[in-house]
Ligand binder design. Structure first.
Ligand SMILES: Nc1nc2c(c(=O)[nH]1)N[C@H]1C(S)=C(S)[C@@H](COP(=O)(O)O)O[C@H]1N2
Ligand SMILES: [Mo]
Length: 301
């Protein structure tokens, strides 16, 4: 700990999202999947502080001369066995770990306080723009190696299986051919109101949500809302601008007519990508990023 504290400390604001965020939408609106039934809340956005991983790697001795493009940095937590392996681990490409532009951090603090036990005290990895699975908590080993982490959660989970893979048995045949899920896709959701909420007719309705940039393509530059299934989009307000790695919270005031059939969609734009309607399906239910949707409102006069 004191060693890590003696390095220059950096603070970044970054979202940390589980690859399975919005899995509930995929399983209910597209087709059943295999995985924890996350709604839209498997994501957080925090200030993280600690030394840059690259500063520690630079001092690790002796580092062999390596080909940056084929090496990986693997993280492990051997404190306890996990559901599917005898330790938890994951890896990221070496180029991401050593390049200052990617801000990979060994976080000691969250929002100005030491990490709590649940968040990974004393130290966890924060890989901005990358799925939460690589943000190893209770970190106790870092390895530079010529292959990805061999942990189950890198090799046989957190991958976007092709749609023709429909069973766990079929998945076993193909895991090794498919790339690990790293960069998160652009996304937005409507968080308020929620399905089933009662809203007043003849009054303006405030709709709000969050939007997340894709991988390294932040910040979010625009969020729009449609009430006619995507024919017309109107821009939402983003009261506080986002950073490259953070989510934004947005707000939209709807003044039009409201009935119980009304449906709202949201769509986000970052510096390079725009969210699409697409309803991706994959067996593990990861990476869902179809338009944010709100329907089934109850109305009262
Ligand atoms: N040691 C350890 N680190 C871990 C995990 C784990 O099971 N063990 N889960 C990962 C996954 S899949 C996610 S989405 C994030 C969740 O971070 P949180 O538990 O702080 O919300 O932690 C990651 N780091
Ligand atoms: Mo996760």
């Amino acid at each position: 700990m004191t060693d890590l504290q003696s390095y220059p400390q950096h603070t970044i604001t970054a979202a940390l999202q589980c690859a399975g965020n919005r899995r509930h939408t995929m399983r209910t609106k597209v087709k059943e999947v295999w995985g924890l039934d996350w709604n839209d809340g498997a994501v957080m956005n925090c200030h993280w502080s600690g030394p840059l991983l690259r500063d520690i790697l630079r001092d690790a001795s002796p580092l062999p001369v390596i080909d940056e493009s084929t090496y990986h940095v693997a993280f492990g937590c051997h404190q306890t066995a996990v559901e599917d392996d005898d330790y938890y681990g994951g890896s990221i490409p070496y180029w991401r770990a050593i390049n200052a532009d990617y801000d990979v951090l060994l976080a000691l603090e969250m929002n100005g306080h030491p990490l709590t036990p649940e968040r990974g005290f004393p130290v966890r990895v924060i890989v901005p723009g990358v799925a939460g699975a690589r943000a190893v908590k209770w970190l106790d080993r870092i390895t530079v190696q010529d292959h990805e982490s061999s942990n189950k959660y890198q090799q046989r989970d957190y991958k976007i299986l092709p749609p023709d893979v429909q069973t766990k048995e079929q998945a076993e045949e193909v895991w090794h051919q498919i790339a690990a899920f790293q960069e998160i896709p652009i996304n937005s959701v409507i968080t308020s109101p929620q399905e089933g909420d009662v809203v007043k007719k003849g009054q303006s309705l405030v709709i709000s949500g969050y939007a997340l940039p894709q991988g390294d393509d932040g910040p979010i530059v625009k969020v729009e809302v449609s009430v006619d299934e995507g024919k017309i989009w109107k821009e939402a307000k983003i009261p506080e601008k986002g950073s490259k790695w953070s989510w934004v919270l947005w707000e939209f005031v709807y003044d039009g007519p409201i009935d119980e059939q009304i449906k709202f969609w949201s769509r986000a734009t970052d510096t390079k990508n725009q969210q699409t309607e697409g309803r991706p399906w994959n067996l593990r239910g990861v990476g869902y990023n179809g338009y944010g949707e709100l329907g089934n409102l109850k109305t009262m006069n």
